[in-house]
Write a protein that binds this ligand. Structure first.
Ligand code: CTP
Ligand code: CA
Length: 235
């Protein structure tokens, strides 16, 4: 394996990366979550820092924990966030003077409408079933895109489970347009792919609906390919 010397092509660039998966409380001991380990987002933050960027990593429940030595980098500031609302506030706050924002976190689309102050108990339940009412969370990316400054590059991530015969790129193009981001990194996920693995496969779509990168390999290799695409898009 050849270790390729990476350029310091992000020297002085201010970057915000979100990583991990938010958790939405149901009661003091339970939550609604997702399978994001945060590894791809952490790799994106590390790749940027190694290329010279000053990085704020907004971290939601990383599998590795925010004390992970992998996240200890002199150019990375870690800000923990739990829920989608907390992650939104942290990312939005850190983004005002950012040059590049990468939303790699898996943000819960819904939260529980009425979080119980006490642990739900079957003894107190009305019947054998349980219905949780959910309400939609704010779209953090939409807010960032609305507030975008000139020269700011906003990158979204999309984990997709395409139907049999459906094209991942076509799906990605539709989502890229909907979200209004400069670049969308799309990866295919399923019961056995994409999560809790060391490797990943990404397709990166730009604002002209072009596939500007296809990367497959370790999450770090994929992160560097994404940064190559971001640097090219900013040039
Ligand atoms: N995202 C966000 N705020 C949300 C939900 C998602 O900022 N409330 C961001 C994610 O971090 C990601 C991008 O939006 O960068 C795409 O997320 P995705 O879940 O694929 O998009 P949605 O618009 O939520 O569409 P879907 O209904 O397919 O989940
Ligand atoms: Ca979603």
């Amino acid at each position: 394996l050849a270790l390729v010397e990476r350029p310091r092509d992000l020297a002085g660039v201010r970057v915000v990366v979100s990583a991990g998966g938010t958790r939405e409380p149901i009661d003091p001991v339970r939550y609604l979550g997702n399978r994001s380990s945060g590894r791809q987002g952490v790799a994106v933050a590390l790749a940027a820092a190694d290329r010279g960027a000053r990085v704020t990593l907004v971290a939601a429940h990383l599998d590795s924990g925010i004390g992970d030595p992998a996240v200890r980098h002199p150019l990375i500031d870690v800000v923990p966030a739990g829920t989608a609302a907390e992650l939104g506030a942290a990312v939005t706050g850190a983004s005002t003077d950012a040059d590049v924002i990468v939303m790699a976190a898996a943000v819960a689309d819904y939260r529980v409408a009425d979080v119980s102050d006490r642990k739900l108990a079957k003894e107190d339940a009305a019947g054998p079933g349980l219905t949780l009412e959910l309400v939609q969370n704010d779209d953090i990316l939409a807010g960032l895109v609305d507030a975008r400054r000139a020269g700011q590059t906003i990158v979204g991530f999309a984990a997709e489970t395409p139907a049999e015969g459906e094209d991942l790129v076509e799906r990605g193009i539709r989502k890229r347009r909907r979200k209004g981001v400069d670049l969308l990194a799309v990866n295919e996920v399923g019961w056995t792919t994409g999560f809790e693995t060391a490797d990943n496969t990404l397709v990166v779509i730009d604002a002209a609906d072009a596939v500007v990168a296809r990367a497959s390999g370790s999450k770090r290799e994929v992160a560097d390919a994404l940064w190559d695409a971001i640097v090219a898009a900013r040039a």
